[in-house]
Design a binder for this molecule. Structure first.
Ligand SMILES: Cc1cc2nc3c(=O)[nH]c(=O)nc-3n(C[C@H](O)[C@H](O)[C@H](O)COP(=O)(O)OP(=O)(O)OC[C@H]3O[C@@H](n4cnc5c(N)ncnc54)[C@H](O)[C@@H]3O)c2cc1C
Length: 434
């Protein structure tokens, strides 16, 4: 039996490995269009590779934005513990960090790829680099093989598509798998950039690089309904507002902000509580106390004790809009002025009208519809012998190692199922002739 795996990222490497381990007599060919495997893995977790999470596998499901239940059989077949075990046995020692995030102890994401590559070689998987698959050949609802960029045909009894999504196209993920799925008559849901920065409708370039730590962010839709709320960190980045909280908020807003008919007409409001540990009354009392003992200090100077300097300037601009002059003596400020300052501290707002693009997005939301795929095997319902794994599927998650675990688990299940499925009469006679 010949099993062709298209795409050598996390999902593809794992699919090839599990297929070969399941049936060592099969010929497993891993086709990667780049000159190396796992180009994306290299840049994950800021180059340190947060490849899974140590929490209980049951607690993974709430971390998936779309179709968490589809992933149940894959996560059960190959859990975070199985993945860590495979890495350790393959010579990649692992280390757990804040929030259960698991990284290679080396501090380098390439240790993940090195470990998998060694295992692939040891098992005898054939790796072909610079091998771009152009088309998947199918006949009478059954896979036949793949056509490569140079026009050559590779006959295969099973094809596993693990070509990734659309994010960071420079790593090789250019959405080819969606085309293969459409050619096979499968539904592909709309794709959106996710885990990316949010774009406010005002220029925030002056705040670029500023980090707001220990803040609370809530995001509301046009109707004022809360769609996201959490505590943590934001960072102003070129083009918008990033940092962990904004990235997570993008997961639940991207389809609306980037959806058809959405764009500039659709928006969310972003509410930042800069002092979540203090109530409005506590803040009012503090301002009254601090301002009255501030001597000749202006409001501007007095605020510097409460906020980072660059944010103070933006803050004062907003206060000016309310007729409050930052040059006035803090000690002379009215209760109304102090109330306005407190309301800004507790609810510093932006209107969000967009997100970063696929160029900067960590993950793609949307993809091959899970309705088309058997979750117990990863095989497509419509074409026998055609399997899908990894980010090409309509599955995405928050940060924390859950996206890579999904790629590894679905890859594992696809490989194992592809190798387990007995050859049909048709395939057997085709193999005998060739
Ligand atoms: C900057 C960044 C940081 C990230 N950090 C984390 C993190 O810390 N933790 C986490 O869990 N997730 C992280 N992710 C997400 C995670 O990396 C991906 O979800 C996961 O790697 C997807 O794996 P995949 O194998 O499905 O796809 P990919 O990694 O995209 O692999 C697809 C492969 O297929 C190849 N290919 C595509 N088309 C063809 C074709 N036609 N023929 C042959 N080969 C083809 C590509 O070259 C590529 O090598 C991060 C992503 C980015 C961009």
């Amino acid at each position: 039996m010949v099993i062709a795996v298209v795409g050598g990222g996390a999902a593809g490497m794992m699919a090839a490995l599990s297929a070969k381990r399941e049936d060592p007599s099969s010929e497993v060919v891993l086709l990667e269009k780049n000159e190396k495997l796992g180009k994306k893995i290299f840049i994950t977790g800021k180059g340190r590779g947060n490849f899974t999470n140590s929490r209980d596998i049951q607690d993974f499901f709430p971390q998936y934005i779309r179709n968490p239940l589809f992933l149940r059989p894959a996560l059960q077949a190959f859990s975070n513990k199985d993945l860590i075990d495979l890495m350790e046995k393959g010579g990649c020692r692992c280390r757990e960090e804040r929030g259960g995030r698991v990284f290679p102890a080396s501090g380098h994401a390439f240790s993940i790829t090195d470990c998998l590559k060694r295992s692939l070689k040891r098992e005898g998987v054939l790796i072909r680099y610079g091998a771009r698959v152009k088309q998947i050949e199918m006949k009478e609802g059954r896979v036949q093989g793949v056509i490569l960029g140079d026009g050559s045909f590779l006959s295969a009894d099973r094809v596993i598509v693990s070509t990734g999504g659309l994010s960071y196209p420079s790593t090789g993920s250019t959405g080819d798998g969606y085309r293969f799925a459409l050619d096979a008559g499968l539904e592909v849901t709309n794709c959106y950039p996710s885990l990316t920065y949010l774009v406010p409708d005002e220029d925030v370039a002056a705040l670029n690089g500023l980090r707001l730590k220990n803040i609370e962010l809530s995001v509301r839709n046009e109707d004022g309904k809360s769609v996201y709320k959490s505590f943590g960190e934001l960072e102003f980045v070129p083009g918008g507002i990033g940092g962990p909280l904004a990235l997570s908020a993008s997961c639940v807003t991207t389809s609306v902000l980037n959806g058809k008919g959405g764009g500039s007409r659709r928006f969310f409001s972003m509410h930042i509580d800069l002092k979540p540990a203090l109530s409005e009354q506590q803040l009012l009392n503090r301002l009254a106390r601090d301002f009255s003992s501030s001597g000749g200090k202006s409001l501007e100077r007095a605020l510097e004790g409460l906020l980072p300097a660059r944010l103070t300037r933006e803050f004062l601009r907003r206060l000016r809009g309310d007729g409050i002059d930052g040059r006035e003596r803090a000690a002379d400020s009215s209760k109304e002025t102090r109330r306005r300052i407190v309301s800004l501290l507790k609810d510093y707002c932006y209107t969000i009208r967009g997100t970063g693009t696929f160029r900067e997005a960590i993950v793609t939301q949307g993809g091959v519809s899970v309705k088309e795929i058997d979750p117990r095997t990863m095989e497509s319902h419509k074409v026998r012998g055609l399997f899908f794994a990894g980010e090409v599927l309509d599955v995405d998650a928050y940060t924390g190692g859950f996206n890579m675990q999904a790629a590894f688990s679905t890859g594992y299940l696809a490989g194992r199922s592809a190798a387990r499925q007995p050859l049909s009469e048709h395939s057997r006679s085709r193999r005998q002739k060739s």
